[in-house]
Each structure stands twice: as structure tokens, then as C-alpha cells.
Design a protein around this ligand. Structure first.
Ligand SMILES: [Zn+2]
Ligand SMILES: [Zn+2]
Length: 295
């Protein structure tokens, strides 16, 4: 049996969000205010609608990313680290060929292509057939914090894609437009160091998880067994936790609750993939990337 483990590496955990707006599009605050909203983040992306906002001015955030939200009236796509040439003849028209072309340009620039808030039912909704028609992208936003926390959640679509054999990662982003939307969802990246290149490379390999307030210390694989070390501290260790391991088609492989610090699972070989979701009592969560299992 072969089990892929994207967390099997040395590095430091870095916290950041790639999807945030300024007054350059429909955000309520200028770039300088957005920097202050996220002053203690390790990295931050600014992704205005259909334009690339340049980074400028004072900030305490060590690493910043240029980004753009391709914003047709149908679907939205987040491109992180796009080349400047993306804007030559730019159009946000939603056709698979246009979106794929923009996605390819960004990926070829060592950037990331992420389908944004795919379950936003009232608008900007990604249909299953459209997602499957996109051949090359890095992942989807499984948690988007933009004011619709009850349905800007897309774990079902992630399981659908993973079960269709697509190796795509889950992202968590605030999609912040106004005070109060910051720090609802973010990515914790296990990177060699805090540089643009290390963060992008770690994410391409799946060495990150999504957090809405809780964490994962480590994920280890020994023979057929996977061990998830939940974030531990004297405080956390005393809190009740709800852990679920999901496999292909969203099948529940294992559930465990209690004041636990660690979850172990022995693979049988037919899981397809295994991803872990943990909630602290109170609802704060952490969501691992899938570990792929080959019999
Ligand atoms: Zn959007
Ligand atoms: Zn947005």
C-alpha cells in the first residue's frame, strides 16, 4: 500500500489568506487598512476583482502576494502570483477556454489557480460539469468567509472532485471586504521559510491545512497507519474535540470524540484518499488536505 503524506517534511507553520479586497474593487478599506487588519499574519494576498493591486506602503506582514479575482457574472477564480502579462487582452468572460487560459498563465508563472466560493448558490456558483471541464487548477475554496458562512462551504464539492480522481487542494480564505470579515478562515502552510517561493511550492505539494480557529501539529505515516497530532497545549488538551476522517465519495472512515490529542487510523487500501476534519467544542475547526491511498 502507498500512502502519500504532504506533511512529511521539515518546516515552519505560516498563517495567511490569499483572497482579500481593497477599495481598488469593492472592498471598503484601502490597502494600508487591510495590511493593519492582518498585521500579525505571516503572508497575505490582495485579490481585487479583475485587476492586480500592486503592493506598496508600510506593512508588518513579511510576505505578500499579488493576486486577482477573475470575476465573470457566473463564476469567480482566484489567481495568486499572476504574471503582469495576464492583463494583456484581459477578459473575465466565463468560458472554460478563457478561464483555463488565465489559469494556465498563472500556473506557468509559478502561481496558484483556485476556484473561488464554488457553492455560493445565489451567484458565482461552480457547476460540477464546469469544474470537471477545467483541466488544470490547484484547488477550490472549501471555506470562504465572505459574510455567507452558512453556505460558502464546499467540502461536498471537494469530495466530489477528489472522488473523480482529481488531485486538488482545499483552501480557506476570508474574501474580506470590510472589518469583521477578517480572520475567519485561513491557510496554515508548512514551508521551508517565509518567502513567496517556499509558500507557493509548499502549497503546490499540499503541505498546508485550512483553519477556522483550531490546528494540526503534525501528520505522520508509518506503514499503513496515519497519525494526526491535533494542536496541543494545556488549554486545548482540556477541550472536547470532534474528529471525522473522510474517504472517497465522502464516506466516513472513522469518528472520534473526547479530550483527545491524537487520532490514529489504519488504512485498508480502498479509501482512495483520507482527509481529516476536527472541530473544537464551540465550532473552531481545522481541515487537513487529503492523503491519497493506493492499494
Ligand atoms: Zn468572488
Ligand atoms: Zn472576492
Amino acid at each position: 500500500m502507498k500512502i502519500s503524506n504532504p506533511y512529511n517534511k521539515q518546516g515552519i507553520w505560516l498563517r495567511g489568506s490569499f483572497h482579500n479586497h481593497t477599495t481598488n474593487s469593492d472592498g471598503h478599506h484601502p490597502l494600508s487598512t487591510v495590511y493593519r487588519m492582518y498585521h500579525d499574519y505571516d503572508f497575505l494576498g490582495i485579490s481585487d476583482h479583475d485587476l492586480i493591486t500592486p503592493h506598496e506602503g508600510e506593512r508588518t506582514i513579511p510576505t505578500v502576494f499579488e493576486a486577482i479575482e477573475v470575476s465573470s457574472s457566473q463564476t469567480h477564480m482566484l489567481l495568486v502570483n499572476p504574471p503582469a502579462s495576464l492583463m494583456e487582452g484581459y477578459s473575465n468572460e466565463f468560458t472554460i477556454s478563457n478561464y483555463q487560459r488565465l489559469s494556465d498563465l498563472c500556473i506557468e508563472n509559478n502561481g496558484l489557480s483556485i476556484l473561488a466560493h464554488p457553492n455560493r448558490f445565489f451567484s458565482h456558483y461552480w457547476r460540477h460539469e464546469d469544474i470537471l471541464s477545467m483541466k488544470r487548477f490547484n484547488g477550490i475554496e472549501v471555506v470562504n468567509g465572505d459574510g455567507n458562512p452558512e453556505y460558502d462551504i464546499a467540502f461536498d464539492k471537494w469530495d466530489f472532485l477528489l472522488s473523480s480522481g482529481r488531485k486538488v487542494w482545499g483552501f480557506g480564505n476570508d474574501d474580506s471586504h470590510v472589518y469583521g470579515q477578517e480572520k475567519r478562515a485561513w491557510n496554515m502552510v508548512l514551508a521551508a521559510d517565509n518567502t513567496n517561493a517556499s509558500i507557493l511550492s509548499a502549497i503546490r505539494e499540499g503541505s498546508f491545512y485550512v483553519s477556522t480557529g483550531y490546528g494540526i501539529d503534525a501528520v505522520r505515516v508509518e506503514e499503513d497507519q496515519i497519525t494526526f497530532d491535533l494542536r496541543s497545549s494545556p488549554l486545548y488538551d482540556n477541550m472536547y474535540k470532534y474528529v471525522t476522517l473522510f474517504g472517497k465519495e465522502g464516506r466516513i472512515l472513522h469518528e472520534e470524540t473526547g479530550k483527545i490529542k491524537q487520532v490514529k487510523y489504519t488504512c485498508t487500501g480502498d479509501e482512495g484518499y483520507i482527509r481529516m476534519a476536527v472541530y473544537l467544542e464551540g465550532g473552531f475547526g481545522a481541515f487537513s488536505q487529503p492523503l491519497f491511498v493506493e492499494a
